[in-house]
Write a protein that binds this ligand. Structure first.
Ligand code: PMP
Length: 326
């Protein structure tokens, strides 16, 4: 018989899928690391498991404890699955720009959900950063995850995602392209791949309204780069410790409109029903096309599933209201 002991045994070992129509203008082989095959439908299951197991090991998370996190949804889902199996409670703090589907899904797996305003400074007491820190202080036997600065986030990708990509491409990967939020995925995968072959180039996908690209180019934190944006899952108005800028060769920014339109196109042209950051990643990849040549093997990582965006990027009324389609 071949079965997992529980749902956590199905995390990782996701497939790699060749991209076809949408990347016709690129000479190289383009492969998608397809993270929606994780049980929580996103890459975040990997780091949720690693962060919880490390916190158990160093004693920050004790039996029956409450896990508290400011999360855009996918990390909350991963934490919830691990918590269900291991017997913890989960409190998630979200910003109000996140899709309603994400909030409903978190409640469905037993999380307590708090929603905070997006358009306030990170140090404002109403922000989701401040609210999660306050709840962590006030709740007995609780542990505040802090995926932005928690090194176990990066470590999960160094230990699992990076080696899988290396093995699935037979060590032939030349470029890795991925959306950046906390930075865990890009930094963990980059450290592993560059350890195996320092010539591999790693590109981050950023949004307009986020500080990453400018910081990478100037090493200056420019507040003028910060303004509200629609794209979900990537870009930040802070510099998380998990974004290790030295391991990243460059960033390209994708507009909200392009990210939304390319998310729809992925579903219709590749049969890939994926989240908003996947659309941004494909558009970013096309923006970088002059960096790729015929024999290159380019891997792009797709973080999450389309079901979480049916009220937004997969809803034509919403797309029209936003001015993204006619
Ligand atoms: N896309 C989606 C949909 C996400 O939820 C996240 C996590 N915020 C990312 C991309 C970025 O991944 P990371 O946090 O590892 O940089």
């Amino acid at each position: 018989m071949d079965y997992a002991e529980n749902i956590l045994g199905t995390i990782g070992k996701t497939p790699m899928v060749k991209m076809n129509k949408m990347v016709e203008e690129i000479d190289a082989l383009v492969l998608a690391k397809y993270e929606t095959f994780n049980p929580g439908n996103s890459v975040k299951d990997r780091m949720a498991l690693q962060m919880i197991e490390d916190a158990e090991t160093y004693g920050a998370l004790k039996p029956g404890g409450t896990i508290i996190e400011g999360t855009s949804g996918n990390t909350g889902m991963g934490l919830a699955l691990v918590a269900i199996i291991k017997g913890y409670k989960v409190v998630c703090v979200l910003s109000d720009k996140q899709s309603k589907e994400k909030m409903d899904i978190l409640r469905a797996v037993g999380c307590e959900v708090y929603v905070c305003p997006t358009d306030v400074a990170p140090d404002d007491p109403r922000s989701y950063y401040s609210t999660s820190a306050r709840l962590a202080k006030e709740t007995p036997n609780s542990w505040y995850v802090n995926q932005y600065d928690n090194p176990s986030n990066c470590k999960a990708h160094f230990k699992t995602t990076g080696p899988e990509i290396w093995e699935q491409t037979d060590g032939k990967i030349t470029h890795f392209v991925v959306g950046v939020g906390t930075g865990g995925t890009i930094s963990g995968v980059s450290s592993y791949l560059k350890m195996k072959n320092p010539n591999i180039k790693v590109w981050g996908i950023d949004t307009y309204g986020s500080v990453f690209k400018k910081y990478h180019e100037t090493r200056e934190f420019d507040e003028n780069e910060i303004y509200p944006y629609v794209t979900e899952g990537i870009g930040e108005d802070i510099l998380p410790l998990n974004v290790r800028f030295d391991g990243i060769d460059g960033f390209t920014k994708v507009t909200d409109k392009d990210a939304a339109v390319y998310t729809q196109r992925l579903a219709k042209e590749e049969g890939m029903f994926l989240g908003n950051s996947a659309g941004a990643a494909v558009k970013g990849l096309l923006q970088l096309k002059e960096h790729f040549t015929k024999d290159d093997v380019v891997v792009v990582l797709f973080h999450d599933h389309g079901s979480r965006y049916v009220g937004k990027m997969f809803n034509d009324d919403w797309m029209r209201e936003m001015g993204y389609i006619d």
